[in-house]
Design a protein around this ligand. Structure first.
Ligand code: FES
Length: 265
């Protein structure tokens, strides 16, 4: 059981929880995730660790309400307990100094992007963040991104904040004005697909952090199966980050759609 020590609403359906998990706080690295369960029979939800405080022994999770299980998690309050929390899982992000890194996040994907932005910046890279959301009220973590990068470009679909356009418009603006050595993207699968197509056109190495369905988180159940360069990989043990240009996003979107309708036309 892990106690929730603070709760904050980022927007109507996005919540930030700070949870007691001292061992995970100490050992987690950028890119790691946890699997949480609310209630004995609850579904297991994979969540990337957005931040950790080793002194307080807490980790920060950012959750978007997309179904019954995430709704239950978002309804918990300060002082409540999460039934099960397992981690850190997955492979940590490969961090090195490569030059200029564009970090592109969409919606709630901006939360797991934050530790990567921090680590890339600390490693001495010039880091440009492109934050994308449907509208102003869905833009999250802008201040934290600003504090840990060289520049933040905000894109909104409806133009209610920042520049009007998609995440790919923001990335292309950067590509057109300076050399980009690496792109890291986290967001909805369809968004990452189009980021990948764009950067492939410009030959820019790109890493995508995949957010598939997960059940056991140990490589046994196959729920998180994806095709990378024609080979089967498991996001929970081999990922969550992969060479975006090798990911079969269409297959991933179709498999996600089998659960929530996202993959349907
Ligand atoms: Fe079961 Fe990855 S979650 S194999």
């Amino acid at each position: 059981m892990n106690k929730i020590v603070s709760k904050e609403h980022f927007s109507a359906n996005v919540v930030k929880l700070e949870v007691e998990a001292p061992l995970i706080a100490r050992s987690r690295k950028a890119g790691h995730f946890v699997i949480v369960k609310v209630g004995k029979t609850g579904e297991r939800i994979p969540l990337t660790i957005a931040a950790a405080d080793t002194e307080k022994g807490t980790i920060t999770l950012v959750i978007q309400t997309v179904g019954e299980s995430s709704r239950k998690l978002c309804e918990l309050n300060e002082g409540d307990y999460i039934t099960d929390l397992v981690g850190p899982l997955g492979q940590a992000t490969h961090i090195e100094k490569v030059g200029t890194v564009v970090c592109a996040g969409g919606g709630v994907g901006c939360a797991p992007l934050l530790p990567i932005v921090e680590a890339m910046h600390k490693a001495g890279n010039r880091v440009i963040v492109v934050l994308a959301a449907r509208s102003k009220d869905l833009v999250i973590l802008e201040e934290q991104m600003k504090a840990n990068s060289d520049e933040v470009i905000v894109m909104t679909d409806d133009g209610s904040y920042g520049k009007k356009g998609l995440v790919t418009n923001g990335i292309e603006e950067v590509i057109n004005r300076e050399e980009v050595n690496l792109c890291v993207t986290i967001g909805p699968a369809i968004m990452m697909k189009f980021v990948s197509l764009l950067t492939k056109k410009y030959n820019i190495p790109t890493v995508a952090s995949l957010n598939t369905i997960m059940v056991d988180g140990t490589g046994m159940c196959g729920a998180c199966r994806v095709s990378i360069g024609g080979k089967t990989k498991f996001v929970c043990v081999d990922g969550p980050e992969f060479d975006a240009h090798q990911v079969d996003f269409d297959e991933m979107i179709m498999r996600l759609g089998a659960y929530n309708g996202l993959g349907k036309k």
